[in-house]
Design a protein around this ligand. Structure first.
Ligand code: NDP
Length: 298
């Protein structure tokens, strides 16, 4: 009875990228503008290098311009801040993303806050975080934005109409996932609880969730019997584990068990992950429109 309750993040992200490609072509034809995203990477962390390469390829694939600036991990914070100031001042650059984590000798808060909030396509600048908190239009972090898109679509597909009035429990309170996710769901009129490592009776709390978002960073941390029957489950986790000597990626939720109870659930991989890059492209297009005084495309 629970077949068909798997949320196809991969397919949804592909559809979103296709729609964005059309809008990019329209922007080019009508205004001669090609949005440009600059990704800055400091150091040679292999995982970060893969993410940056994927971001570049996806950006070009929908007709936008992509630039990658690679700096050695001996770069000083001052030099990075100078580079950001140049990119802020360059009107051909619409989006600036500094790949995290940064080397230990840099303050990521300071670096992110140096980015022009209008070009902060990750949505991590305090000005964008503040706008989200008070309900003003700003740039919304990609992973929570993508998670919300999937949730809204799932609720429609499964006949619940809107998210309004639902109990949402978010496990994880990071600035890049948990907190902005909470703000987004609050703006959708959910009743939101944010759980973290000091939360008591987490299982019982999770069992009250109509919407359960897992952003913990621990493989299969949320057991199947923590999931309320008929809940919507969004698994943000990306955890690499060894199974029979082979490396495998799993989420923060025990998917096979949770799937039996959930009304709809995102898998890992092919769930939230692909939405993150698609939303980065979405944010870059919006930023370019706003910088040219054009309305952000719907
Ligand atoms: P963080 O490590 O920054 O935050 C993890 C959160 O989980 C913290 O708030 C922490 O609580 C909480 N937590 C840890 N242990 C427990 C516990 N035992 N019980 C309850 N809460 C706990 O991670 P991120 O938010 O950056 O990422 C979360 C996951 O999402 C990771 O697996 C990451 O790889 C993945 N991710 C996926 C993305 C995607 O594109 N799909 C993008 C970004 C992240 P406390 O604050 O008290 O320490």
């Amino acid at each position: 009875t629970n077949l068909g309750n798997i949320i196809d993040g991969f397919g949804y992200a592909k559809g979103l990228r296709d729609r964005l490609a059309v809008k990019v072509a329209e922007l080019k034809a009508a205004h001669g503008i090609t949005p440009c995203l600059v990704v800055v990477i400091v150091g040679d962390d292999p995982a970060s290098q893969i993410y940056v390469k994927n971001k570049g390829e996806s950006t070009r694939a929908i007709g936008m311009e992509s630039r990658t600036i690679t700096l050695p991990d001996t770069t000083t914070e001052d030099d990075l801040l100078k580079l950001i100031a140049e990119l802020n001042a360059d009107s051909a650059v619409n989006g600036i993303l500094v790949q995290l984590p940064l080397p230990k000798h840099m303050s990521s808060l300071k670096v992110i806050d140096a980015i022009d909030p209008l070009k902060d396509v990750d949505g991590f600048h305090v000005e964008n975080a503040g706008k989200l908190a008070v309900g003003l239009d700003g740039i919304v972090p990609c992973t929570p934005l993508g998670s919300l898109m999937l949730l809204k679509d799932a609720v429609k597909t499964h006949g619940d109409g809107s998210l309004s009035g639902m109990n949402a429990v978010i496990v994880g309170r990071s600035n890049i996932v948990g907190k902005p996710m909470a703000q987004l769901l609050l703006n959708q009129d959910c009743t939101v609880t944010i759980a973290h490592s000091k939360t008591r009776n987490l299982k019982e709390l999770c069992l009250t969730a109509d919407i359960l978002v897992a952003a913990v960073g621990r493989p299969k941390f949320i057991a199947g019997d923590w999931v309320k029957d008929g809940a919507y489950v969004i698994d943000v986790g990306i955890n690499r584990i060894e199974v029979d000597g082979k490396s495998k990626v799993v989420g923060d939720v025990d998917f096979e068990a949770a799937k039996l109870r959930a009304k709809a659930i995102t898998p890992v991989p092919r769930g939230v992950g692909p939405m993150t890059i698609a939303c980065l492209l979405n944010n870059t297009l919006h930023a370019a429109c706003l910088q040219h005084g054009l309305p952000a495309p719907e």
